[in-house]
Design a protein around this ligand. Structure first.
Ligand code: HEM
Length: 522
């Protein structure tokens, strides 16, 4: 037994050593912060420190928009916010692919047909069939459904406010998740998740598990790429408790998806007018498309869209309300703009400057996906918009990298680049988007207002228009019906924390929450 453990350890170290050597001499010479630990590298500073970015944003100031950090076991990684390098990475999806860690989570939780998992031709085919469902006109047609979901949350909040003592803080975080789950359920998959208590409970379990952050989860992530496939398959037969919950969720949503897709396909064949939800649109466009998705592939998009679309938008609404509570003047101006715009059914939210300036500034400063990862699938060369002087004094204008090089797309850091956003890049300042101001300079990146929040290139977030519509409608509903203020200082202690997405976490570390003083207005 001891011999087996020794042999396993030796192989593991050999693989780690080979990987470390493979990263090439130039990468080791790129300036970056010292690594406090061989085991964790800089990951504890990058991932576990709160508020999110406390080290990352300082390092960007010190080392520039591309620098070296360490992952587990001394691995060299590159942190990248340089616009030219990012554009290059995002426009070559065949060269820079998702990391094995990301792909394992996608495969396990969402299935091999998931848009988040597939690469290459399969990604192009599935994306082409799905795109029409997420087009501007399909999203516009969903406005009444989204308004309905927003009305439902305000009714729940009215009841909660009535039950509260005056000035008592209300933790609005769970309710926000319920609203966005409802919006994604009814708008995208055509199902009332809230009415299904069992499903809603499973989903809420998942939100809590996702918010768990620990050294052991970082170490597990670090070890994953070194585990051979057969060993991994064995582990999947005896999954750890956190994975069990994910698998339970996958099987529950898989069964639901099967029934719903069958109903929608039958309705289509019988010539019944299709519903407006995006999966109905998808089933329709799939039947007409030459490059079809299989039944299983459509099924896998249910969990994908629910998970990718719910949490991200809930957190963005949460941070919007948090900043509005901190900035009462802005809140008043927004309320006045919305009241003047008239009754909700006729409002064109795209034309409301303050609402959209707020949303853009929140997407910039509270990017709910603060970073994502890629790994070079072959040797390549990264272009730079600014030359770098290496630790040994070499002047480089591009960086050759080897296959397997780990790259971090530093979304939140990009949003704090003074070269793009100006000297006040770190300030919350919605007015940068108003009155013809030029919020960002330089080459455009991402699908929306030069923001990287929804990434860019062929893997741009497919739900970005849906998300914007949801954000506009939910924020408008809540600001017209309630006022928001920060509670007493002792209760207000929340920090932006990286837990897959950027969540408001209690300073006492006791889970995500957002306590605000909420008052009914009408
Ligand atoms: C504020 C809200 C949102 C943000 C900030 C956001 C951000 C992102 C980002 C950064 C990615 C790229 C991940 C990567 O490739 O590493 C992504 C992909 C994706 N998002 Fe979103 N997302 C949001 C809302 C939504 C919504 C509402 C949906 C669905 C209704 C959605 C569905 C997806 C899907 C399916 C992908 C995979 C796209 C592909 O690989 O082709 N997202 N999102």
């Amino acid at each position: 037994m001891e011999n087996i453990a020794f042999a396993f350890g030796a192989v593991f170290l050999a693989v780690v050593f080979a990987r470390f050597r493979r990263s090439g001499d130039l990468i080791k010479d790129i300036p970056g912060p010292p690594s406090p630990s061989w085991l964790f590298g800089n990951l504890l500073e990058l991932i576990l420190e709160v508020p999110y970015g406390v080290y990352e944003f300082q390092w960007q100031k010190k080392y520039g928009p591309l620098y070296r950090t360490r992952g587990c076991f001394g691995e060299n990684r590159l942190m990248i916010s340089d616009p030219a390098t990012l554009k290059h990475i995002l426009s070559h999806p065949g060269t820079y692919m998702k990391s094995p860690q990301q792909q394992l989570v996608n495969l396990t939780g969402l299935g091999q047909g998931s848009l988040l998992y597939v690469e290459g031709d399969a990604h192009r085919r599935i994306r082409a069939v799905m795109n029409p469902a997420f087009s501007a006109s399909s999203i516009r047609a969903l406005s009444p459904t989204l308004r309905e979901a927003a009305h439902e949350i305000s009714e729940v909040w009215e009841a909660l406010c009535d039950a509260q003592a005056p000035n008592e803080a209300l933790d609005i975080y769970p309710s926000l998740h319920n609203t966005t789950l409802q919006a994604v359920g009814e708008g995208v998959v055509g199902y009332n998740f809230q009415a299904d208590k069992d499903f809603a409970a499973r989903y809420n379990n998942l939100v809590v598990i996702a918010a768990d952050r620990s050294k052991s989860s970082i170490l597990t992530d670090g070890i994953l790429p070194y585990i051979p496939k057969p060993v991994m398959n064995m582990i999947m037969h005896f999954p750890p408790p956190a994975l069990v919950k994910l698998l339970e969720f996958k099987s529950a949503i898989g069964a639901l998806a099967k029934t719903l897709i069958k109903d929608k396909t039958d309705a289509l064949e019988l010539g019944i007018e299709p519903e407006k939800d995006l999966i109905s649109v998808l089933v329709g466009s799939n039947s007409q498309s030459t490059s079809k998705m299989t039944f299983e592939e459509i099924q896998d998009q249910f969990a994908t869209i629910t998970v990718a679309g719910e949490d991200t938008t809930a957190n963005t609404v949460a941070w919007s309300l948090y900043e509005l509570a901190k900035n009462p003047d802005l809140q008043e101006k927004l309320r006045a703009e919305l009241n003047e715009a008239g009754p909700d059914d006729s409002v064109d939210y795209d034309r409301l400057p303050i609402l959209n300036a707020l949303i853009k500034e929140i997407l910039r400063l509270y990017s709910t996906v603060p970073q994502t990862e890629r790994v070079a699938a072959k040797d390549s060369v990264l272009p730079l918009s600014e030359p770098i002087t290496t630790a040994s004094g070499k002047f480089v204008t591009e960086i050759p990298i080897k296959k397997g090089q780990h790259l971090v797309i530093a979304i939140s850091s990009y949003h704090r680049l003074t070269s793009v956003w100006g000297e006040d890049a770190e300030q919350f300042k919605p007015s940068r988007w108003l009155d013809g101001n030029v919020a960002a300079s330089g080459a455009s990146i991402g699908p929306y207002s030069n923001l990287l929040s929804f990434l860019g290139g062929s893997r741009t977030c497919i739900g970005w228009r849906f998300s914007l519509a949801e954000l506009q409608i939910i924020i408008a509903e809540l600001i017209c019906k309630f006022s928001f203020a920060l509670p007493e200082a002792s209760e207000a202690g929340i920090q932006p924390t990286f837990a897959i997405t950027l969540v408001p976490m209690a300073v006492d570390g006791k889970g995500p929450k957002l306590p605000l003083r909420v008052v009914r207005l009408r």
